[in-house]
Design a protein around this ligand. Structure first.
Ligand SMILES: [Zn+2]
Length: 392
């Protein structure tokens, strides 16, 4: 598809979400949500708010055309790549772990594979920016992250390529990281809820079609979101680190945190009953991890120096290494500190959209108990429960 058409499609999709949110949420509050577009060659988006929590919300989300074009191209390339894997090749056989070698859902056309990944990716990023605004992270960063002369109200929250960011550390970095993770959490909650709303629309899928369409959409959604994070991450393998530096957490741990959140939310009976799908928890985990694997395989083969599959790009559970648990220790602490203030300034949204650490997660993080060293060491060999792997 030509670049101009991709941009028009993105404008239509995000414009209609903006209209819906104005009608259902912002207008009743006396406020307004706007979307703006920039033709600067930047891969990312940003959120702006005047930061006046005592007044109706006046929020704006800005997208870069460059970003949506790149997302479309990445979706096109991964589909070509997955379709082009020769049967019985080494990469083809890697899929046996998931019980079948199907790499793209057969209920959608070639064009719909790309389009659904694209819609999922840009919508999720839009919700991430919306979450920054809902939780007024500009206010939070100004009140909790800056000290002394540096204290000033930040009105824009940028999610752009790493080279655009100023280097920050200490408490400012910590508050920035935790607000990014909180925006990921709320965005993911929003996205899964929207996915359900979309799915139960009878114009979209009949009751008979729904289970297969659900699985296909979920798979393409995880592929699409994973590609955004891989593009933010770049072509070097990831090494877990406990350090909290810069404005954003490393993209791959972010993805590692949010994928369990997706299957955990979908495992709730209320979603299963309304969504018309019957996948159990294990099947949800397998479907999401297979989609993330497809993105990992594509990314490491096509974007790294050696052009071969590199397992160091594989996503792991958050309890798989000590460094990630050490990284989360100050995150949990600062989140507990700022959450009451976020609840004060957040004007809409349900409580389930606020990041939450279970007691099990908290004790594993504080005591640095990696997976295999906790109670599961003596339990029968089963896949880790998402309750124990997610941040929720
Ligand atoms: Zn962000």
């Amino acid at each position: 598809m030509e670049n101009a058409k991709i941009c028009r499609l993105a404008e239509d999709i995000l414009g209609s979400i903006t209209d819906d949110l104005n009608e259902t949420t912002y207008r009743p509050l006396g406020g307004k949500l706007s979307i703006a577009w920039s033709d600067k060659t930047i891969y990312g988006a940003f959120a702006s708010s005047p930061g006046e929590s005592d007044k109706p919300p006046q929020h704006c989300i800005t997208f870069y055309y460059e970003f949506v074009i790149q997302v479309w191209r990445d979706a096109e390339y991964i589909c070509e790549f997955l379709r082009g894997i020769p049967k019985e090749s080494v990469y083809d056989k890697l899929y046996d772990v998931w019980g079948d070698r199907v790499k793209l859902p057969s209920c959608f056309s070639k064009n719909d594979h790309v389009k659904n990944m694209f819609v999922a990716a840009i919508t999720w990023v839009y919700f991430h920016e919306l979450a920054h605004l809902m939780q007024e992270h500009g206010i939070i960063r100004a009140e909790f992250g800056l000290t002394g002369d540096k204290a000033k109200k930040t009105t824009d929250i940028h999610d752009c390529e790493v080279s655009q960011e100023k280097l920050i550390d200490g408490r400012e970095a910590l508050v920035s990281h935790v607000t990014e993770l909180a925006a990921d959490f709320e965005a993911t909650f929003f996205y899964v809820t929207e996915l359900m709303r979309h799915l139960i629309n009878p114009d979209f899928a009949t009751e008979q079609e729904r289970p297969e369409v659900f699985s296909g959409l979920l798979y393409l959604m995880v592929c699409g979101i994973s590609l955004v994070f891989f593009r933010f991450h770049g072509n070097k393998p990831f090494l877990p680190t406990a350090a909290v530096e810069g404005s954003h957490p490393n993209p791959l741990p972010r993805l590692q945190f949010l994928i369990p959140q997706i299957f955990e939310q979908l495992d709730l009976e209320i979603f299963r009953a309304n969504g018309g799908y019957s996948l159990d928890r294990r099947q949800l985990v397998l479907l999401c991890s297979k989609a993330a694997f497809s993105a990992t395989l594509y990314w490491s083969v096509t974007n790294t120096d050696n052009h071969v599959f590199d397992s160091r790009f594989m996503l792991k559970g958050i309890f798989s290494d000590v460094a990630t648990l050490q990284y989360l220790q100050p995150i949990v602490k600062i989140w507990d500190e700022i959450l009451p203030r976020i609840k004060e300034v957040r004007r809409f949204g349900v409580d389930a959209g606020l990041m939450d650490f279970t007691e099990t997660a908290r004790s594993r993080i504080s005591d640095l108990i990696t997976w295999g060293s906790g109670p599961e060491a003596n339990a029968p060999a089963v896949a880790p429960s998402p309750r124990d792997t997610a941040t929720s």
